[in-house]
Design a binder for this molecule. Sequence first.
Ligand code: NDP
Length: 484
Amino acid sequence: MKFQPKASHFINGEYVEDTNGAPIDVIYPATGEVIARLHSATPEIVNQALNSAKSAQAKWEAMSGTERGRVLRRAADIMRERNYDLSVLETHDTGKPLQETLVADATSGADALEYFGGLAASLTGEHIPLGGGDFVYTIREALGVCVGIGAWNYPTQIACWKGAPALACGNTMVFKPSETTPLSALQVAEILIEAGAPKGVYNVVQGYGDVGASLVTDPRVAKVSLTGSVPTGRKVYAAAADGMKHVTMELGGKSPMIVFDDADVENAVSGAILGNFYSSGQVCSNGTRVFVQKGIKEQFLARLSERLATAKIGDPLDEEVNFGPMVSENQMNIALGYIEKGRAEGARLVYGGERIDGDGFYMQPTVFADVTDDMTIAREEIFGPVMSVLDFDTEEEVMARANDTEFGLAAGVFTNDLTRAHRIVAGFEAGTCYINTYNLAPVEAPFGGSKMSGVGRENSKLAINHFSEMKTVYVSMNDVEAPY
Ligand code: NDP
């Protein structure tokens, strides 16, 4: 098979296989062809991975931040050198066009390794002077063994967004990719070893949800970072709470994008395209509820349709292609099911709406107009290329409607009115907001959600606080006064 790895799991610096685990067929979404067969981790494999992470941790943490950072930065360099091959692999795993994977997957993983590698040497506590000469100092310590559990849309990026800050802080990691896209995390693990990471610092085990669940509840684990849906997040958060473990939850969304009459329409259409159809719409922060002020609605829809007609749908390995298949047949069917609901509930289909014939899991980019707040397509996360356009009249009205959702991952506004832009983002109930752009997630900026969309933040200096904790040391320079 074309992309068969040496073995399913990567533990203690080596590939490990156990064919007793349930088979996982990796399917190339563009053709339906099986490109690799892996096996889900058995309890024995999970145990090996956790033991490996546990025994490597103290030594890794004892290395200086400079040394740990050097390993991460070397890994970033290797990833960049191999960007083309890693991108081809990611395209086969996910179906995302090579045009995207070349610039958004291994490269953003490398950014995270480089950024957190750079921070590793400067992670410190602080000195807090008290009265009378006493003082407190704090020591920033690693949490221990961290578990990362990934979704299938950005497998390389997620493996690095979790691994890089965890390792920078001196933790070790057991990472479980989604079983739909298990291949690239193995490459990340291999590259880290090549870059000089000690064995056991970053381990990968494959598996379905049950493997993730067994990792979350294991007493050797100090922290769980999940990227996934809200229902899974709820389960994982609850299971982690039992052991009082630290959590980061990067979950789903139904984010609003508001386009005012005074906006630059071309930019707003670009933002709506990026925020709904990049990666065939399989992006958690997508602005899938596009509120367009009535004055420019028809102009907006006309330009959107014209530009969608120029999308190049096809073989994702062709670098001209910019719209690929869905990750799996199942995910395609879910999105097509929502399109049926949209039609049945009275939304007006203005673009797309159909599956594209062939062996691959292709569907058209789809736009509904005249969507109302109560329709299923305006309320539930679709995680596919389905945009809902809703009309609005006033700022006050749209603000309330934009926030009327259980989710709070992202939100965006397009307007040329400076004060209104800032007023709107101040009112958004969302973790990641955009003014006159959409869906950018540089490693320097915090990323994460409010409300049901998550807990904690990835990227930026803030991620350090989610992968370390402070020990407080009170130092007395005086005699101890006791009451008796
Ligand atoms: P799922 O929630 O189905 O799965 C996420 C991961 O959790 C998978 O690896 C899954 O394994 C695992 N898992 C499932 N059940 C359990 C359990 N009980 N305990 C532990 N682990 C478990 O999400 P998808 O993979 O379908 O990804 C799509 C979702 O991810 C969308 O909701 C999207 O919004 C969200 N997402 C959020 C992002 C963010 O940063 N906020 C970014 C990207 C996606 P398995 O797949 O084998 O079942």
